[in-house]
Each structure stands twice: as C-alpha cells, then as structure tokens.
Design a binder for this molecule. Structure first.
Ligand code: AMP
Ligand code: DBH
Length: 585
C-alpha cells in the first residue's frame, strides 16, 4: 500500500491511516493523492515565489525564501537536539509569526506536530502529550497574558516522555531555562528527504464529543488534497491575501483553505492575533486582505461593525463562516451587509476528521443562505442513516456518515472510541444530524452526541461533568447546551450539591484553577435538589441531559417577559420550578 522505496524515510510510526487498497488506487487514479509532501511543496514554493511575502504577523513578515530558511534552521536544530523523524512534538502558539516556520520546520525534519490551541492548559496539553507519546513541547513564551513556561514546567514533570522544551522567548540574552527557539541550529543536510506521502504528517485535535479531545492523524496526501481542492472552491490564487483571525491551529483556518492553502497557492498569509473587528479591520486595510474565515458570532459582529468603520475593508472578496451553524436569518443579515462591500458569503461545514462542505462562490442566494454547502469531492461518499444504521428517505434528517479521500479511518491510540466512531466498513460517524437537499447540499439540523458548540469551540459534556465531580461540594453534575443569541450555544451545568451548596462564582473560579481551557468553564450553573432516575433507578446521562435542557427551555419560554439578562442572572441561583419538579419525584 505504501510507496516506500529505499530512499524513503520510514517515520517509524504506528501512525498509518489504512484506506482499503481499492480506495487508495481510486484516489490516486483520480489525481487526489499526488504523492506530494509538506516539506516538498514548501521547498518548491520557496523557489517559485521566493521574493513574495508568505507570512505577515504583528512582529514582522517572511518571504517564501526566508520562511524556507527559517524552517530549515528550526528543523535541523531540532534534530541536532536529539529528536528523530517520527517523534511527536506538541506545538502551542497563538497567531504569531513564529508559528508557521515552527510547523514548517517540524515538517522539514519529519517530526509530527500535535496542535494544541493557545487556550489549552496543563490538563489538555498533558493529555495530548501522553496520547501522542510526545517527545517535545514547543511554544511561544507569552500569549494573551499567559506564560507558557509555567505550563512547560508542569508538563515536564507530568509527562516523562517530554525530553525537550523549546520556547520562543522575548527575553533573548537572559540565561534560559528552556532552549530558546532562536538558539536552534543544526546541519540542514541531516534533514530527511522523501518522506512517505501516505504517512501521517501531523496530529490534529477533535473537538472531543465524548471525554477529552482525541488525536486525528492526517497524512500528507490526504490533507494536501483537501486544501488544494479548497483553494479552487474559495478562489485562492497567488494574488490572494488570506487572514487567519481564528486560532491558527484550528482545522478551519489551517486548511479550509486556511493558511496552508494560501501557502500552497503562493498567496500571502496574514495572522491576526485578535478577531475583534477594530483590530482586524486595520489589518485588512493595511494588507488588502481578500479572504477570511470566521465563526458565526464573529461574522455577525464584523457585519455590524462594517456598517460604520472608518477602515477601508473593500479588498474583502470572500467571508467564510463555519464551525457552528449559521442560521438562515443571521445569514441574511450577513449577506445584506457583505453585498454592500462586494464580498461573497461562503458557508463552510467541516471537521478536523476530514469532510468539508462549502457553498460555491457562484451559488444562488437561496443555497448560500439555507445550506451548509456540499462536499469538496465527488468521492466524498455520504450516507444519512437512522439510529439503526438504515438509510433515511431522501430529504429526511439522519446521522451523517462519510468516507472519502481526506477523511480519517481511525483516531490515534483510541481503540474504544474508534469502535463507536467508525462503522465496520470504515465510514466516520460524524455525530451530526443533517438532511440533503435535491441539489445534494447538506443542511445541519443538530447533532446526535452531547457536545456543546460554543461559538465553534466544541466542549464535551462528559469531560466537564468529570471535572465538576472533582469538587468536594459537587455530588452530581449534568452539563447541557442552551441556545444563546450571541454564542449560538452556551454551556449550562446542573449541579446537585453535597452538603453546603457552593456559590456559582466559586465553582466557576475553581474550574478555572483546574488547568483547563477557559472556554470549558460552564457559562451558567443551576443547582437542583435531585435528578430524575429511571424506573430501575439507573440514569442514562443522555436522557438526563436532554430532560434537564428541555425543562430549562420550557421554563425560559413560559416566562416570556424575562429578558436574556434577567434569565442569566436568575440562573446563577436556584431555578425553583426545576428543583420542585425534581423534589416531586
Ligand atoms: P471538530 O470535529 O472538532 O473538528 O468539529 C467539527 C464539528 O463542528 C462538525 O462535526 C459539526 O458538528 C460542527 N460544525 C462545523 N461547521 C459547521 C457548520 N457550518 N454548521 C454547523 N455545524 C458545524
Ligand atoms: O468546525 C470545524 O472543525 C471546521 C469548520 C469548518 C473545520 O474543521 C473545517 C471547516 O475544516
């Protein structure tokens, strides 16, 4: 199956994605998998586009030739430290200049990046490090007020496989506790050539629909296909300027078409450390940004701000919106605003596991407003099935399953989860409930599993419940999503206290102190006296969550006079009827 030859470096990995031979042959014959690798295409662009600007960030910019040189220095420097091709390296940066040469350098060295988000803290990062059996951690020293040296120290003591820490320091010249990024150097001749294009290039993170995030192995061939094809559907050319306003390690701004698509095209990548319209608009004006990807709440914020900004943002040609559902009314508002700017709205429904759907730039307003697009590839095989795995009638809603040339066949090191997330014939069960229009476009209706999609950040109910149960005053916890005008969904934790009831603010503060990403701290806490149990006294967590959520919503609806603000204030304390109903049981 692999096209290894004597010159090919074997990255020693159990990290292979196994597509059936017939599919491998089909994807190659169709020209999706071309045997390209990340280092090969990056080196090629350094020649073809050498003097053009590749990356712009707050602290500077690199041409393609400079990016190549910097990637070579970092890659060779890491090998000189004793890392070996195939080793996994946790990478944690905000939207800063160093991020792209670091990732490129890892590719050059045949090292496997594991992408952490800047918001992740020791709980998440140590989990990724263990699952990936990572050997190194590379991060920016400081970002958004957080000092990653603290996290590095905790990580080294928590995960013995981490033998190397490299930090992009801003205090050059001081004696360094960890290797400064700027100090890396090595022999470029030591960099491997001819990586296997079917080997795993990096580990991306899943949103974690159950428990902690899982690691998603993506190969050179499959991922490069996904952004090469995305470039075409999003109009990316060497003249494009792509802005990364969401965290650059997220799959959406990385590959749909993302900064990788932009680099593949020889376009310019602009990293914006802030997605706040004031700051981002100034950058759009300065760099003449043509394309940006946003989550729905940000897109709406931008549309409002665009109406009275002093900045000239007329260079914007495409605004992509994805990561969470953009409801038709919001899409309409957005489209009206964007049309005035001469900018096209594009809906994107994707997942780090693979499948990405886009509305096409020339689609009718009806399709753009009311659907989440259609798959990139005619070889993305979609099934929409009922809970027994049987196909639903055309046009009916059901569970979305997919296999295709850039959708994974299994998570890394997750035997149990793989049994649930993949069918016997290898389709990925997305957990999304969708229906298909006669034109073959998908409309997202909801999802089958209990995660909260908080403005595009996926939060597992189970993971948060597990953490809450660690608090001495929490007897039981159930976490659900509640519709939210701004975030799309917010998280709400129903808590049964043990002994003295803690205050909601204290519980939230305690959660923040657990070394968890801040977006996982429940937005709301509601105390209950008891949860319903089934007749046999056993609780199905899913049913329980559904029931609590339903009651909460019914109650909110029954009191129409209650403003959103008043509702959330009240939710900080007990909600009487809920508690009472529970008492009656
Ligand atoms: P992840 O697996 O963490 O990459 O998250 C992917 C999930 O985000 C999908 O399975 C959907 O549940 C959700 N998602 C992404 N884009 C959209 C969209 N445009 N509309 C609705 N849900 C979306
Ligand atoms: O939400 C996502 O994970 C997502 C959204 C749009 C994604 O991974 C993508 C496009 O590639």
């Amino acid at each position: 199956m692999s096209n290894m030859n004597s010159e090919t470096v074997d990255t020693r990995l159990p990290l292979k994605q196994i597509w059936p031979d017939a599919l491998v042959a089909r994807y190659r014959a169709a020209g999706y998998w071309r045997g390209e690798t990340f280092p090969a295409f990056l080196r090629e662009r350094a020649v073809s586009f050498s003097e053009l600007v590749a990356v712009v960030a707050e602290t500077g910019r690199y041409t393609y030739a400079e990016l190549d040189k910097e990637a070579e220095r970092i890659g060779a420097g890491l090998l000189a430290q004793g890392l070996k091709p195939g080793d996994r390296v946790i990478v944690q940066f905000g939207n800063v200049l160093e991020f792209i040469p670091v990732v490129s350098g890892l590719f050059y060295a045949g090292l496997i990046p594991v992408y952490a988000l800047p918001a992740h803290r020791i709980t998440e990062v140590s989990h990724f490090a263990r699952k990936a059996e990572a050997s190194a951690y590379i991060a920016g020293r400081r970002y958004a007020g957080f000092d990653y040296a603290t996290l590095a120290r905790d990580l080294v003591s928590a995960v013995p496989s981490i033998k190397h820490v490299v930090l992009a320091e801003d205090n050059v010249g001081q004696p360094a506790e960890f290797t400064p990024l700027s100090a890396l150097k090595g022999d470029a001749a030591a960099l491997p050539r001819n990586l296997d294009p079917q080997s795993v290039a990096f580990l991306q993170l899943s949103g974690g629909s159950t428990g902690l995030s899982k690691l998603i192995p993506r190969t050179h061939d499959d991922y490069i296909y996904s952004f090469r094809a995305s470039n075409e559907l999003c109009g990316i050319t060497p003249n494009s300027v792509y802005m990364t306003a969401l965290p650059a390690a997220h799959n959406f701004p990385m590959s749909s078409p993302g900064w990788l698509g932009a680099l593949y095209a020889g376009a310019r990548v602009v990293l914006s450390p802030s997605a706040e319209p004031g700051a981002a608009f100034a950058i759009i004006e300065r760099e003449r940004v043509t394309c940006v990807g946003l989550v729905p709440p940000l897109a709406l914020l931008w549309a409002d701000a665009a109406a009275h900004t002093e900045h000239d943002i007329s260079s914007l040609e495409v605004m992509q919106v994805g990561g969470a559902k953009l409801v038709p009314e919001a899409a309409k508002r957005l489209m009206t605003e964007l049309t005035g700017l001469g900018c096209t709205l594009q809906q994107v429904f994707g997942m780090a596991e693979g499948l990405v759907n886009y509305t096409r730039l020339g689609d009718s307003d009806d399709l753009i407003l009311n659907t989440q697009g259609r798959p990139i590839s005619v070889d993305d095989e979609i099934r929409i099935v009922d809970d027994n795995g049987q196909p639903v009638s055309e046009g009916e809603a059901g569970n979305l399953q997919v296999q295709g040339p850039y959708t994974i066949r299994g998570y890394h090191n997750e035997e149990a989860a793989n049994a649930n997330s993949f069918t016997a014939d290898g389709y990925y069960c997305t957990g999304d409930i969708v229906k298909r229009t006669p034109e073959g476009y998908l409309v997202v209706q909801g999802r089958a599993n209990d995660h909260i999609n908080r403005a595009g950040e996926k939060i597992s109910a189970e993971e948060i419940e597990d953490h809450l149960l660690g608090h001495p005053s929490v007897f039981d916890a159930a976490v659900v999503s509640i519709p939210d005008d701004y975030l799309g969904e917010r998280s709400c934790a129903f808590i049964i206290a043990r002994g003295d009831k803690p205050r909601a603010v204290e519980l939230k503060k305690w959660m923040r102190e657990q070394g968890l990403a801040a977006f996982k701290v429940p937005d709301q806490i509601v105390f209950a006296k008891a949860f319903d149990t089934t007749a046999v006294g056993k609780v199905s967590r899913r049913e329980l969550r559904a029931q609590l959520r339903q009651r909460f919503l019914e109650q909110a609806q029954s009191d129409k006079a209650l403003s959103d603000k008043a509702l959330s204030d009240r939710a900080q304390s007990d909600i009487a009827p809920l508690t009472q109903t529970q008492e009656n049981n």
